[in-house]
Ligand binder design. Structure first.
Ligand code: ZN
Ligand code: ZN
Length: 265
């Protein structure tokens, strides 16, 4: 199985498990590598209630070390972060990048202005929003995240569909500018299996987006976005089928922010 690089720890306040449990699950799933990428702190603090604080970074490094000690000689454990892309975040991301010898940084758009639109507490705000306008704003933010060039992997590309708010008609008008920006940036994307368990009932991104990404030469990783050991490597066989159908023949590996590839089997 490919590596699973998008996984969380209880430091984000909405995940559960111990490092040993996550590692045992990664080994049982037959993953080639395991990566930890919890929700990064964001400033100014307090920022929100679903991430570690800056003061908790040392605890995060200890968590990674515990995972590595348990995994020693059995599976490589990579160190990452899932960073939030917001207007003006560049200097903070650069600061975070210098705080550890990361293997990769993941960039995510969870916020449009002050709205963390993928949080279930906001279903009411969605109900009164113009879906087309939200999608336009989301994909613009996603493209600017790619343009920043600060991330090795760009997370869950069409997360904006999470609660099944999807504009009518051909979605290529949203996808194409984002694909161009991602391809130009050299960042990889992830095929994130968590979407199969949300209202949208579809992995992120859609099969069409994946096909466009493959044609544009954009690299791929497969991720579970696990918030508990039982979710590590979840649905990877199904995801491999989807990636192959889109034209992919390999996925990427990251070590000290250098990339390699492994064939999709
Ligand atoms: Zn989370
Ligand atoms: Zn995310």
């Amino acid at each position: 199985m490919p590596a699973d690089y998008h996984t969380h720890t209880p430091l984000c306040r909405h995940a559960e498990g111990e490092p040993e449990g996550f590692i045992d699950a990664a080994i049982a799933a037959g993953l080639s590598e395991y990566g930890i990428s919890d929700h990064a702190p964001h400033v100014p603090e307090p920022f929100d209630d679903w991430r570690m604080t800056v003061a908790e970074l040392p605890s995060y490094f200890q968590w990674i070390e515990r995972a590595r000690a348990h995994a020693a000689g059995r599976i490589p454990v990579r160190a990452g972060l899932e960073c939030d892309w917001l207007e003006g975040a560049e200097s903070w991301i650069v600061d975070l990048a210098g705080r550890h010898s990361w293997d990769y940084l993941i960039g995510s758009v969870h916020y449009l202005g002050d709205w963390d639109f993928d949080h279930p507490k906001w279903l009411g705000r969605w109900a009164e929003s113009d879906v087309d306008a939200v999608w336009t704003r989301y994909w613009k933010a996603y493209a600017s995240m790619a343009d920043s060039g600060l991330f090795d992997i760009l997370a869950h590309p069409d997360l904006v569909k999470k609660f099944a708010h999807i504009p009518p008609g051909d979605l290529d008008r949203f996808y194409e500018p984002a694909i161009d920006a991602i391809a130009a940036s050299g960042s990889a994307i992830e095929l994130n299996t968590a979407g199969w368990y949300k209202t949208c009932a579809e992995a992120y991104p859609s099969p069409r987006f994946l096909e466009l990404a493959c044609s544009a030469g954009i690299g791929l990783v497969i991720s579970s976005d696990a918030h508990a050991p039982t979710e590590v490597g979840r649905d990877f066989s199904r995801a491999i089928g989807l990636a192959k159908a889109a034209g992919y023949r390999e996925t990427l590996l990251f070590d000290q922010r250098q990339r390699n590839s492994e064939p999709l089997r």
